[in-house]
Design a protein around this ligand. Structure first.
Ligand code: FAD
Length: 553
């Protein structure tokens, strides 16, 4: 199942130099104005940088400002046979950034559609357009004093909500599964018609926003991980900000206790239901990548930190072989009862189990900063805890970007906001692992071996998606400027996929270079997906190759 560092392309008539390409660009310029259209060179400059080290030939870029313009630009694309690749904010870092799956697509950048509409504040229903970022929604809620949480991710304030949900991304607020919170989608189909769910067509608009499944076949889901339409808005059922958000942190002093701890975490989630958010289990390397400088003088002959160095850093920064983090959400008395239960389940197999609210973290941070100075380790650690609490409380934060710059000596995350532009090399390997502690332990061992064999520091997180399944996120960090490093990272990704497959652990989401290897049209599933695709888009205009066999489109 190899991933492609180069890409398929469409047939000759669709190539940038073909006469119809020039005609399309002229017509799009008349529609959107010169500033709304990039030719191939400008588009390559603006959208070509990608953390995956992949490159794509980009035919151009369009920046519509309304749904009507989308309908019209699609008509031109159909008439001139120009394939399009819609993006929301194009910050799909680690999975392709803004790059199309194949060469010669024209990007449709929807970041200019940035409206947020309160459908019903009592019901917590908000409609967002593609350009709405986590940061913009946060500001919208703050300004209007609306008591809801943004479904945050580690990608931070500049990433979209809509593109993330279409990728079925997840976070660690109570609505960890971001598509689960989407109750309604509107999209423009390849033939230019506007898709709205059946309840809206029948005049029951509010019911449609309030009820995810609507009436008739559930079609909204077809627009996720596919190229079946240009999604112009979605309704999010936001989680209400509870009276108390209390995080808990714990350490696992002995790697051999991992299975016991995983079992205890599963039991905790089974007991607590929706009072507990997602729990993150992070190995020592992963936590060190966000807390301690990378010590290049401690690298062994395999290009990795030696075991002794990692153990020593762990002692100095008080990072155990595994660290855990979760959060409780609810009224004060419910959280107090839940805290007791967490203690009962987790105190024995873990150590340093502490509970912390955002308010407490802020007070401790400011006291320690005054007493010890800003650069001292303790206030710095409290500042990171406060940032992680911000994310748990639905306040977007860039703190997770820290790991990207670990081997490069760090970065000021208030000014370095775009890893693709900063030249970061990153691929996410993100397999689903059933919540069986023995399988999770085998997965961790296998993953670590494969990473080490490719000279990759093993940074492993396991995030609970439910009490039945976890997803692991493993950043493959490399330096695209070093000859051969991109290929090494992609070889490592492919080896991880193969090793994961032996265990029954497959990614929940793919980078653009990996899609062709997964979508084989001789399998009924992908054949059906390809048929739906060609029924909706016979001219193969929208997002060719996105979670689809290229030849089947
Ligand atoms: C440090 C770090 C931490 C991260 N943490 C997380 C995390 O916790 N959770 C997580 O899920 N991700 C995470 N990411 C990955 C990624 O950056 C986010 O998922 C990000 O939200 C995706 O980019 P975007 O929102 O700009 O979506 P886009 O890039 O705009 O969209 C993603 C894809 O969806 C399709 N698409 C987008 N909009 C439309 C549309 N309107 N119509 C049709 N198709 C469309 C396109 O094919 C596009 O390529 C992280 C990345 C980094 C670097």
């Amino acid at each position: 199942m190899p991933s492609a560092c180069s890409s398929d392309s469409v047939n000759d008539s669709r190539q940038p130099g073909s006469p119809r390409a020039g005609e399309a660009i002229d017509r799009w310029r008349r529609l959107l104005g010169a500033e709304g259209v990039d030719g191939p060179e400008a588009a390559q400059q603006r959208y070509g940088a990608c953390t995956t080290g992949l490159s794509r030939r980009i035919a151009g870029a369009l920046r519509p400002a309304s749904r009507d313009e989308i309908v019209e630009l699609l008509a031109i694309a159909r008439e001139c046979a120009r394939p399009l690749y819609p993006i929301s904010t194009g910050r799909n870092w680690g999975y392709g950034t803004a790059l199309p799956v194949i060469d010669d697509c024209t990007i449709v950048d929807l970041s200019g559609l940035g409206a947020i509409r309160t459908i019903d504040a009592d019901l917590g229903l908000f409609e967002v357009e593609p350009g709405v970022t986590q940061g913009a929604l946060h500001q919208y809620l703050q300004t209007r004093k609306l008591p809801f949480m943004v479904p945050t991710t580690g990608a931070g304030p500049d990433a979209s909500l809509l593109g993330n949900a279409l990728e079925r991304g997840y976070g660690i607020t109570p609505t960890a599964d971001h598509f689960a919170a989407v109750t309604r989608i509107e999209a423009v189909l390849a033939d230019g018609r506007v898709y709205r769910p059946a309840l809206s067509e029948l005049g029951a608009e509010l019911a449609d926003h309030a009820f995810k499944w609507g009436l008739g076949p559930y079609l909204d889901g077809l627009f996720t991980q596919s190229g079946f339409g240009i999604v112009t808005s979605m309704t999010l059922a936001l989680a209400r900000r509870p009276e108390v958000v209390e995080a808990f942190y714990f350490a696992v002093p002995d790697a051999g206790a991992f299975e016991d701890v995983a079992m205890a975490v599963r039991g905790t989630l089974q007991d607590l239901g929706s009072v507990a958010g997602s729990v993150n289990l992070m190995n020592r390397h992963r936590v060190l990548s966000m807390t301690a400088p990378y010590d290049h003088s401690c690298v062994g002959s395999d290009g990795l930190l030696t075991d002794a160095a990692v153990a020593d850093m762990g002692r100095r920064y008080r990072v155990d072989p595994w660290m855990g983090m979760g959060a409780l959400y609810g009224p004060r008395d419910v959280v107090a009862a839940a805290r007791k239960l967490v203690r009962r389940r987790l105190a024995r197999p873990t150590r340093r189990l502490v509970f912390m609210t955002g308010g407490r973290a802020r007070v401790l941070e400011s006291i320690s900063r005054r007493a010890l100075g800003r650069s001292h380790g303790i206030p710095a650690m409290l500042s990171r805890i406060r940032s992680s609490l911000d994310i748990l409380e639905g306040r977007p934060d860039r703190v997770a970007h820290g790991l990207l710059y670990w081997r490069r000596g760090g970065a000021d995350l208030s000014t370095v906001t775009d890893p693709a532009r900063a030249g970061v090399g990153l691929l996410w390997y993100a397999p689903l692992v059933p919540f069986k502690p023995d399988l999770m332990a085998r997965y961790v061992r296998t993953c670590t071996q494969v990473l080490r064999a490719h000279s990759m520091e093993p940074l492993i997180t396991l995030s609970t998606l439910s009490d039945r399944c976890v997803d692991s996120s493993v950043p493959l960090l490399f330096d695209p400027a070093v000859p051969g490093d991109v290929e090494r990272a992609h070889r490592c990704y492919d080896a991880l996929v193969e090793a994961g497959r032996e265990l029954g652990c497959m990614p929940y989401r793919l980078h653009v270079g990996a899609m062709a290897g997964f979508t084989r049209s001789d399998q009924t599933f992908w054949d059906l997906a390809a048929r739906v695709d060609s029924a909706l888009d016979p001219g193969r205009i929208l997002s060719p190759g996105r979670y689809a066999p290229v030849s089947g489109r």
